[in-house]
Design a protein around this ligand. Structure first.
Ligand code: MN
Length: 230
């Protein structure tokens, strides 16, 4: 079987792109970069066997029916709308979807969920969820739900109930979108991963597994995704 073609939503900060590309290629996938400003969601998805949504700025709270708090820095409206549309299409057509950080938040909003607009002002937590540098620095633990797609995808590499993750977010999933369940939480209760129960492979993680390609802690996660795209 030839390698599946995985579309990566081009992040605004292009310095972040190589880690996503390398993670997918090392897991056996071909990469095409989807330019959210030049393509339309329907034709972009048509040529893909799988879709990877990447990190970036905040989803505009207006898109989940809320007023913007002061700590929110929204992405360009066009990016929000493109990514929400292509996420919905991927779920409709059961195209495997792996959504990272902002991507996981897009996935939740695309299905009617909402977000914690700013973790430090909305919940009491002593955990560091926003460590910018270095990219592959473990920040906190996550507890992974038994029997979840996330756990199955990391089979054999999860020592106990969970694992350590990096963390570069100040927002998180709050009310779940339709069809989604929680697959991991941080010890402070913050939702760190979600998945769609009706999909073949639809997973969102709040951390950045792509930054660990050189040490391989999350290689099995990318392998499970690429395998699902085959
Ligand atoms: Mn976190």
């Amino acid at each position: 079987m030839s390698a599946p073609t995985i579309g990566i939503a081009r992040p605004r900060n292009l310095e972040r792109l190589p880690d996503y590309e390398t993670s997918i290629r090392r897991a056996g996938g071909n990469v095409v970069v989807v330019d959210v400003h030049r393509e339309d969601p329907t034709s972009a998805l048509e040529v893909l066997n799988g879709l990877l949504l990447t990190g970036g700025a905040d989803v505009d709270p207006e898109l989940y029916g809320e007023r913007q708090s002061r700590a929110v820095h929204p992405a360009k409206r066009h990016r929000d709308l493109f990514e929400i549309a292509i996420a919905r299409l991927a779920i409709e057509r059961d195209v495997p979807l792996f959504a990272i950080c902002r991507g996981a938040q897009i996935l939740n909003v695309a299905l009617g969920g909402n977000l914690l607009q700013d973790i430090p002002t909305e919940i009491e937590s002593a955990l560091p969820h926003k460590i910018e540098e270095p990219l592959a620095e473990f920040a906190h633990e996550v507890n992974v739900v038994d029997g979840s797609l996330l756990r199955r995808s990391m089979n054999g590499v999860l020592p106990n109930q969970g694992c350590r993750v990096n963390s570069r977010h100040h927002q998180a999933v709050k009310r779940l979108g339709e069809g989604l369940v929680v697959s991991a939480r941080a010890p402070d209760g913050v939702i760190e991963a979600i998945e769609h129960t009706g999909a073949h492979f639809c997973l969102g993680v709040q951390w950045h597994p792509e930054n660990f390609w050189h040490t391989g802690e999350f290689r099995s996660l990318f392998e499970a995704f690429v395998q699902a795209c085959n």
